[in-house]
Design a protein around this ligand. Structure first.
Ligand code: FAD
Length: 459
């Protein structure tokens, strides 16, 4: 039975979900062997390619992941795209269990006209660009404009606003790519509008992410609403700041810190009175960038608190800008026709990490619960998935008998001309990045070109 055989387990994706699931399995089963497959040449998922460069402390989790990867019972198999180089049924045949932790690699489209125009990007691509994601290294956003608009008001929107507004000298000692830094040094963006559909109490970002918290935040301000004067009614019309006005520093746009009645903190991008800008899909937006994008003023709200929803009024308003970044969420892709997928929710249907109707198949992280939540949330849900898997192993629900594990997959990959990279390969690339960063006082200068990386590995 599997109890007598060292269980061979495969994890797909080396972001926080993959690593935390592996960590749990290795810790709680003394014989388990875990192979972590990753499509990139480098590990750590969004910790490397998502977390903002000016939040280096968040990346400390890499130390824990490195310990896991160095375990004799764990192996990193980078440069393998599951679903293309190897199919999920092939993995299921080779391993006792397969855990899908491949994150959310797409962005949600706004589905409004003009989204494909130059000057309109997903925040996901912009984040990938400044963080050195190989597929986004050619993005080259034109920052010669005065005003940028970010559509969406979650943490990613805030990260992007902060990066756009932080003086480049404050980013020079971070792991932001030199190429991005070069473009940001030339940037003429002074005003960033964060456009959201919902009211100030529903914004989805946390204070830590606000541009007003950044070191170079002279362009931003927090202000307490003057409660004694009351929150006045919304102004009849909303106007963008005069050309050259600094973002968030003067009316009508303010980042406002608001203490709610129940003691909770809330923040709002505020005009005098609680006022926001909204964008609706029926607006023919971005018709001829860099000429104006069209947005409509916030409409009356239905419902209260979390349930509040904005209702379009039909009024529209032009918001002149040269760059539009849509930041309305990430989205998982289906990985393989054999794996159930809920296209509406963008997740793999599962019960506490057990993929519905597919014994031996599990999921964790953003592909399990949707693209929300921080690394700590991902850790908790990955541990839970690991727990379910070990429970199934114990109760004999996983296939009995030995499984070949990587030996079988290695043969398949080799017959397909795929050459995986190991964790020690990553450690060589890591050392190279660290040494390239040293001269500039950066923690690392990321390698951007997979061909160059393979060359450095002697391939
Ligand atoms: P991911 O981190 O995306 O990992 C998935 C991995 O799977 C990736 O390495 C990917 O390359 C790989 N993969 C995908 N498809 C395949 C395939 N077909 N075959 C093989 N491998 C594949 N959280 C914080 O706590 N603090 C922050 O400051 C913070 N900042 C963030 C900033 C941004 C821009 C974003 C988007 C998220 C941020 N988060 C932050 C959230 C955090 O990054 C996520 O909670 C976490 O990364 C989700 O982990 P995951 O493993 O599910 O997905």
């Amino acid at each position: 039975s599997t109890q007598e055989q060292p269980p061979q387990i495969c994890v797909v994706g080396s972001g926080p979900a993959g690593f935390y699931t592996a960590q749990h399995l290795l810790k709680h089963h003394p014989q388990a062997h875990v192979d972590i497959y990753e499509k990139q040449l480098v590990p750590f998922g969004l910790v490397r390619f998502g977390v903002a460069p000016d939040h280096p402390e968040v990346k400390n989790v890499i130390n824990t992941f490195t310990q896991t990867a160095r375990s004799a019972r764990c192996a990193f198999r980078g440069n393998v795209v599951v679903g293309r180089d190897v199919a999920v049924p092939e993995l299921r045949a080779a391993y006792h269990a397969v855990v899908l932790s491949y994150g959310a690699e797409d962005h949600r489209a706004l589905e409004i006209p003009g989204e494909e125009l130059p000057g309109v990007f997903s925040a996901r691509a912009f984040v990938g660009w400044y963080n050195g994601l190989p597929e986004n290294r050619e993005l080259a956003p034109d920052l010669s404009c005065d005003t940028a608009v970010i559509l969406g008001q979650g943490n990613v929107a805030l990260d992007v606003a902060r990066i756009l507004l932080t003086p480049p000298e404050h980013l020079e000692k971070t792991d932001i790519t030199e190429a991005a830094l070069g473009v940001l040094r030339q940037s003429r963006v002074k005003t960033v509008w964060i456009v959201g559909r919902r009211g100030p109490l529903q914004v989805a970002f946390t204070i830590k992410r606000s541009p007003a918290r950044g070191r170079g935040s002279q362009n931003c301000c927090f202000e307490q609403p003057r409660r004694s004067q009351g929150q006045r009614t919304l102004p009849a019309r909303h106007r963008p700041p005069a050309p050259g006005a600094s973002a968030f520093s003067e009316a009508p746009s303010r980042c406002c810190h608001h203490q709610t009645g129940d003691g909770q903190q809330a923040f709002a991008w505020q005009s005098p009175g609680w006022r926001q800008v909204s964008c609706y899909s029926k607006i023919p937006a971005f018709s001829s960038l860099p000429t104006p994008a069209r947005c409509c003023p916030r409409s009356p709200q239905q419902g209260v608190g979390e349930a509040a929803r904005a209702v379009p009024t039909g009024d529209t308003e032009d918001l002149p800008c040269g760059l539009v970044l849509s930041s309305v969420g990430y989205k998982s892709r289906p990985i393989d026709p054999s794996v159930p997928f809920d296209p509406k929710l963008g997740v793999i249907p599962n019960m506490e990490g057990r993929v519905v109707d597919v014994p031996g198949l599990y999921c964790s992280g953003w592909v399990k619960r949707g693209p929300t939540g921080v690394i700590a949330t991902t850790m908790t849900d990955s541990f839970l998935t690991g727990q379910m898997l070990l429970q199934d192993l114990k109760t004999g629900l996983l296939p009995p008998g030995p499984r070949p594990g990587y030996a079988a997959i290695e043969a398949l990959l080799s017959s397909r001309g795929v050459r995986p990279v190991s964790f020690s390969d990553w450690e060589k690339l890591d050392a190279e990045e660290v040494s390239r960063g040293k001269g500039a006082g950066k923690p690392r200068e990321k390698l951007l070109d997979p061909q160059e990386m393979l060359g450095l590995l002697g391939r």
